[in-house]
Design a protein around this ligand. Structure first.
Ligand SMILES: NC(=O)c1ccc[n+]([C@@H]2O[C@H](COP(=O)([O-])OP(=O)(O)OC[C@H]3O[C@@H](n4cnc5c(N)ncnc54)[C@H](OP(=O)(O)O)[C@@H]3O)[C@@H](O)[C@H]2O)c1
Length: 392
């Protein structure tokens, strides 16, 4: 069992879901704070962001099929991206100490919509000095996905890169990170996002409600499909003969077609059609952190919510997620950039000195410890399983 050098925590507030469904099933509950294992740290969460992965964990059929619980969720706290301060460390932890400010993607087990969460030190990175906790919480999953997508596409200086669905969480990072590689970027998004995308550094912006970028005659070295739907044939038309298409996300149809047909329609020695399965990675997050501290990348935050309004934040994510077919000149309701953070209310109970203790009230401490193990992957079996079963 871990040894702790900091505080004693009893109860914490958290948002739990005991069944799959709409954001209405999310409830604010007092539970016992988790206890970290030897290779874990206990983090006081100051901000967390809501990703489409959270929405899918709550509502989609996919989690049921991926081992997250067939009838009911096994782990009852969502929240992958967190930023906070380390309160206690396990005895095998070497990289962090109590008081360190960190951020990271704990989606291997979720659990971030709470005042405290445990995580393996290996997935955490020190918070960028120039970001608030809310800004930092908006970074990990979206930015690392963007970076890994660009790398998977073999990005190199001088390329012309198109980002389709550039105004969401992943897209806004993709535009900025791509620019840092010395490429020309075309951002494809809806009307109201044009100015914002220029401000993020996009060299060209295309409003998909007015113009079909695949029929403009322009050809790209790399196309990243982040949101919406287009047939693969459209993307091939807009690629250079040696160009690469990477499916990062979007509608289910985009994902299905890319996974099933991508390699079939790739041309030997020519166009490559591939897909990304991003994984949380502290080295990649550190890479992004350096870009942030160098002033090359800035997270874009749409709205912030208090912890007790998490259901509304998740509902908002569900509203802006792509669901319908993207067709030229189609119009959708416009939303500002999204990245959602919540700021937990101050701790209700906190004492100093001694080891962590549980106070039984509401849900079971044993349950919380289990959650802690799942999200941190302390058990090898769980870690392997959860790595495989990350939801996007
Ligand atoms: N491959 C991976 O490993 C991985 C990892 C993380 C996330 N993802 C996936 O990546 C995708 C993007 O994630 P995200 O966090 O950036 O999503 P997001 O922030 O929820 O995206 C919201 C944006 O999607 C755009 N959008 C909605 N419907 C659209 C449509 N029909 N056509 C084009 N754009 C549309 C909207 O911008 P406009 O109003 O400008 O259209 C909106 O601002 C998701 O599908 C997510 O599941 C994949």
């Amino acid at each position: 069992m871990a040894q702790f050098r900091s505080i004693e925590v009893n109860l914490m507030k958290t948002i739990v879901f005991n069944q799959y469904g709409t954001p209405d099933v999310l409830t604010l509950t007092d539970v016992s704070a988790p206890t970290a294992k030897d290779d874990q740290v206990l983090i006081r969460v100051f901000a967390a962001s809501v990703n489409s992965a959270d929405y899918r964990l709550l509502s989609g059929p996919i989690p049921r099929l991926m081992g997250f619980g067939l009838l009911r969720p096994k782990d009852k706290i969502m929240g992958a991206d967190i930023a906070g301060r380390i309160e206690a460390v396990g005895k095998n932890v070497t990289r962090f100490k109590p008081g360190d400010e960190v951020f990271g993607d704990i989606a291997t087990g979720f659990g971030g919509f709470a005042e405290y969460v445990c995580a393996r030190e290996s997935i955490l990175v020190k918070k960028p000095a120039n970001l608030t906790f809310e800004q930092a919480a908006a970074v990990p999953m979206a930015a690392v996905t963007a970076l890994q997508g660009l790398r998977k596409g073999g990005i190199k200086p001088g390329d012309h890169v198109a980002v389709v669905g550039a105004s969401g969480g992943v897209g806004t990072f993709m535009v900025q990170i791509a620019k840092s590689f010395g490429v020309e970027v075309t951002a494809i998004s809806s009307t109201k996002k044009m100015e914002g995308l220029r401000a993020l550094g996009a060299d060209h912006v295309i409003d998909y409600t007015r113009e079909d970028f695949t029929r403009s005659g322009q050809r790209y070295d790399l196309i990243l499909a982040v949101n919406g739907y287009r047939p693969l044939a459209d993307y091939r038309r807009a690629l250079k003969p040696q160009g690469t298409y990477v499916m990062v996300g979007g509608e289910g149809r985009q994902i299905f077609e890319s996974l099933m047909m991508g390699s079939l329609v790739s041309r030997r020695g020519g166009q490559t059609m591939t897909s990304l399965a991003a994984t949380p990675n502290a080295d990649d997050l550190s890479f992004v952190k350096d870009l942030i501290e160098a002033g090359k990348v800035t997270p874009v935050i749409d709205r912030t919510y208090p912890l007790e309004n998490t259901a509304e934040a998740v509902r908002h994510v569900g509203r802006v997620m792509p669901r319908e077919r993207l067709s030229f000149a189609s119009r959708r309701p416009y939303e500002p950039y999204r990245t959602f953070s919540h700021l937990p209310a101050p701790l209700r109970q906190q004492k100093s000195g001694g080891n962590l203790r549980h106070a039984r009230r509401g849900s079971s401490p044993a349950r919380l410890e289990h959650l802690c193990v799942r999200q941190s992957g302390s058990h090898t079996g769980n870690r392997q399983k959860l790595r495989r079963s990350r939801i996007h």
